[in-house]
Design a protein around this ligand. Structure first.
Ligand code: MF3
Ligand code: CO
Ligand code: CO
Length: 272
């Protein structure tokens, strides 16, 4: 069987969501672990005075050395191995020559391809001393991702994931971004469904064993609205408030889910 994406694996639900085979989990884990290892390693380079271009150059080099290919270089014209989103940048920040300042918070998002499988993960870093408000934002965003992950098991719905995240974030008086979402992935970068980080319990497609997708909530200290800058990539908060994001690639198992992008050295969260 072949579908629009040219894939030949597993089957497809009526919503166009691929159901992968048991053997495919190993491919995703390998790719996920390479992306997570790169995020572990780049932590050593995040410091005041460092440029985001230098972080990206390191990521590109390590991706090659670890036997993977960057999924983002050449993707829709994007030219870098990572997105690096500093302070009020919500996502898709373009690495550049601007130096990190004391207290800057940044999300680094890396996607690699290993043996055809995509590993997509992002987490938060701090240059210098982490401020109190930024720390709270990072804490809530990290926890929000795991509230979403806890809602993943066969029989639950994608709406349950969004609902868990939104309820948690808004309970802390922060804003959950609507303009960007998680996505199916596997042997393609972005596939159905759109994984919304807000929504109503019990709505949306039903989760089935073998679905692979990301959960990647973006949380703002202020309002949820974003705008994209003239470079056509950089998304920022409209109210200039700080924004944070964490992302894991996961696969639905019989009883819950497997996280493919867990840190091999137990990092991920910047403050513990
Ligand atoms: N890794 C991002 C995601 O989580 C996508 C980045 S696409 C790029 O889906 F072209 F901006 F790199
Ligand atoms: Co993603
Ligand atoms: Co990503």
């Amino acid at each position: 069987m072949t579908d629009q994406s040219g894939e030949h694996r597993g089957r497809m639900t009526k919503d166009g969501i691929r159901i992968h085979e048991a053997a495919d989990f190993a491919g995703m884990l390998k790719a996920g672990q390479v992306s997570a290892q790169i995020l572990d390693e780049v932590a050593e380079l995040v410091e005041v005075g460092q440029t985001t271009a230098a972080l990206d150059a390191f990521i590109e080099r390590r991706a090659g050395e670890l036997g993977s290919k960057s999924a983002t270089i050449g993707y829709k014209g994007y030219q870098h191995a990572s997105c690096i989103s500093v302070n009020h940048v919500v996502c898709h920040g373009i690495p550049g020559e601007k130096k990190l300042k004391d207290g800057d918070i940044l999300n680094i998002d890396v996607t690699v391809i290993v043996d055809g499988w995509f590993g997509d993960t992002s987490r938060m870093y701090v240059a210098g001393k982490l401020g109190r408000k930024a720390e709270r934002l990072i804490e809530v965003t990290h926890e929000a991702l795991f509230k979403g992950i806890e809602a993943v098991k066969p029989g639950n719905t994608f709406g349950d994931i969004g609902h868990a995240i939104q309820t948690y974030v808004e309970g802390h008086r922060m804003g959950v971004v609507r303009d960007f979402c998680g996505h199916g992935l596997g042997t393609v970068f972005h596939a159905p469904p759109n994984v919304l980080h807000y929504g109503r319990a019990g709505t949306g497609p039903v989760l089935e064993e073998g679905m692979f997708f990301t959960i990647e909530p973006m949380v703002n200290l202020g309002r949820p609205e974003t705008k994209v800058l003239a470079d056509d990539w950089t998304a920022v908060t409209r109210d200039k408030s700080l924004s944070a994001q964490f992302e894991h690639s996961i696969g639905v198992t019989a009883t819950g889910c497997e996280i493919f992008t867990l840190s091999p050295t137990g990092k991920f969260h910047p403050t513990y």
